[in-house]
Design a protein around this ligand. Structure first.
Ligand code: M6R
Length: 608
């Protein structure tokens, strides 16, 4: 997914832009470029390939003097990855330069109109229309030209814009694609994501839809599209600058897996008070909680899997019905929502386009919405009625691990809260749950320490073509996440099946040597899943089993066993997923895959 950085300050802009773009590399890209005002004109340099190529081309920015500039990493959508399609794009005179994230849906129509007026296009991108359209409407007033252009665009966008005859300003505007502005010591910045600016500032403005930011050397002003000034408050972000560095680990994903004990602790502990669960952010009285008769979780990818796991917990522990929807389906199917239904949107980035649209849909229905979000101030965090933050810090690797673990425990806390308020938990049970919750970080750490053994095992599967993960109940939810982790980073086809479903078709794919990952953490379902394992192993499958410490007899049937420590059955997901993450990671490393930036994937999916 594309990345934007912009800078106006007292020091050379190009090195700041290159450094900021390097912090956005994790989003995935195939070309990059920067534009810097050199005192008389806007200079543009662009290059296909890694950021390294652009750095070499500009001698780490030294050949591009000037203290005002914008930069971009492009993930091709309209037009192949190439120097010419890379951003920034500019008008014919080279006096206006633009970088863009998102998609301009009506760009072909605009392009035709501009061509009819004599405008010539160099690239195949949707973005170039914006540079020419700005040129068309520009009469010396940047704000006026930007507003005129915005009125004519359909789609989602975040722009960074330079005007050569306003060289003391950088402009930024967005709609449905994230963009922030930061107040730095040596200048001000824009970026599509917080890690890009952490080295320079932690004081951040989250630019709202349709808001235009005007950055000068010592101020950031905001306007609406009528040119009226807007008051905004900066938020202080606590994230550590080093959180966006690998810190000695080979990959961000590995580092983030190892951060899970902390992430889980940080998400749980502020909500444990006097041996009770206190979730102040819920902003609901016990009476209001009791009034909720159904919960709906809407999310995408791994966050959706958290929802699937939570369904078993809410229904089992709190006896509260829960529906779980993928956001891309929910938003277009004209859903029927109950009046007293709480809608929970789970999202690490808080910017996932489908999840954001689902949130808006739920709000239109008049339902109370709660965001479980990791990025402070993100769109979902701002728009949801209530926000419960997961304290995972910045997650850089495309494949989520620590944010997923934090989302899981956030859902445990909510389930316990609802169960307690609804009279479903005795004092004794509450005490036991809290004791088990507190143990999770240490137990996760223990499982992480098993990584050498798993690495050896994973090395045997780098050439696998298909892998199946099976389980029942919560173990099925764990299987879904285990399967997604493996396929997204190792490119090995894998599927998750509710173990009981195997014999309804999928078992025909089980053959000699096929790897089947079986999760058996639920005591009441253990024997049932065991029968399914036997069905697979008698057909020649190699069984990797993840189960509780006491189930040692499984070794008679499974070929490789990983034991998880004793915890409450509702919390086993937090433990069983750890070896599955490590397995996926080491298979991908063994295959030589780009673990942190898997092909075709973006960290934050801000387009449909
Ligand atoms: O930022 P979000 O939590 O809304 O992202 C949702 C999914 O895009 C995300 O979980 C995705 O599936 C990851 N690649 C999984 O590792």
């Amino acid at each position: 997914m594309c990345g934007i950085v912009g800078f106006i300050g007292k020091k050379p802009a190009a090195p700041v832009l290159l450094d900021g773009l390097s912090k956005l590399e994790y989003r995935g890209y195939d070309s990059s470029g920067i534009a810097v005002y050199d005192g008389s004109t806007i200079q543009v340099k662009k290059a296909k390939g890694r950021l390294k190529v652009l750095s070499e081309l500009t001698h780490d920015g030294a050949t591009m003097p000037g203290t005002v500039g914008i930069g971009h990493t492009r993930w091709a959508t309209h037009g192949e990855p190439s120097d010419v399609n890379a951003h920034p794009h500019y008008n014919k005179a080279g006096t206006i330069a633009v970088v863009h994230n998102g998609i301009i849906e009506n760009y072909l129509k605009i392009k035709k109109r501009l061509q009819a007026k004599g405008y010539e296009f160099l690239s195949e991108t949707d973005t170039e229309v914006v540079a020419h359209l700005l040129d068309y409407y520009y009469k010396g007033e940047p704000l006026e030209a930007i507003s005129q252009v915005l009125y004519r665009l359909d789609g989602s966008y975040a722009f960074g814009i330079l005007f050569a005859d306003h060289p003391d300003k950088v402009y930024a505007v967005r709609k449905d694609s994230p963009l922030i502005a930061g107040i730095g010591r040596d200048g001000n910045l824009i970026a599509s994501d917080v890690p890009a600016v952490l080295k320079y500032t932690r004081d951040i403005y989250f630019i709202g839809n349709g808001e235009i930011a005007e950055l000068s050397l010592d101020a950031i002003a905001f306007y609406n599209t009528d040119g009226e000034s807007i008051e905004k408050e900066a938020k202080h972000i606590d994230w550590d600058e080093n959180a966006a560095e690998k810190g000695g680990y080979e990959h961000f994903m590995l580092k983030e897996m190892y951060e899970q004990p902390k992430t889980v602790r940080d998400t749980i502990s502020p909500r444990l008070k006097d041996n009770d669960i206190v979730i102040e952010e819920l902003g609901m009285t016990d009476e209001e909680i009791r009034a909720i008769d159904r919960i709906r979780v809407v999310a995408c990818g791994s966050a959706y899997h958290v929802g699937v796991s939570a369904k078993y917990i809410f229904e089992g522990m709190a006896r509260l019905p829960m529906e779980v929807d993928t956001a891309s389906e929910f938003r277009y199917r004209n859903p029927i929502l109950g009046e007293k239904e709480l809608v929970i949107i789970i999202s690490q980035s808080g910017e996932t386009a489908d999840s954001l649209a689902a949130l808006r849909e739920a709000k239109e229905h008049g339902n109370l919405t709660l965001g479980i979000v990791n990025v402070v101030g993100s769109s979902i965090a701002r728009e949801a009625d209530r926000v419960m933050y997961t304290w995972a810090g910045p997650e850089i690797a495309v494949a989520t691990t620590k944010a997923y673990s934090a989302q899981l425990v956030a859902m445990y806390l909510l389930a316990i809260k609802f169960a307690r308020v609804n009279g479903r938990l005795s004092d004794g049970q509450l005490k036991e749950y809290i004791t088990d919750l507190k143990k999770l970080p240490e137990q996760i750490e223990m499982l992480l320490n098993n990584d050498e053994r798993l690495q050896k095992f994973a090395n045997r599967y780098v050439a696998a073509k298909d892998v199946f993960f099976i389980g029942r109940g919560i173990d099925y939810a764990i299987s879904m996440e285990a399967s997604l982790k493996l396929k997204e980073i190792s490119y090995i086809h894998s599927d998750a099946y509710a173990a009981g479903e195997l014999k309804h078709g999928t078992i025909s794919l089980i053959e000699e040597g096929r790897l089947v990952g079986a999760i058996l953490t639920q005591k009441d379902l253990y024997k049932k899943t065991m029968s399914n394992i036997v069905e697979c192993s008698t057909r020649g499958a190699f069984i990797l089993a993840v189960t509780n410490e006491e189930n040692t007899e499984i070794e008679k049937i499974a070929d490789y066993v990983i034991y998880i420590p004793q915890t409450n059955p509702y919390f086993t997901n937090s433990l069983a997923i750890i070896p599955m993450q490590l397995f996926a990671y080491y298979v991908a490393v063994g295959k030589g895959c780009d673990v942190d930036k898997p092909r075709n994937l973006a960290k934050s999916v801000t387009v449909e």
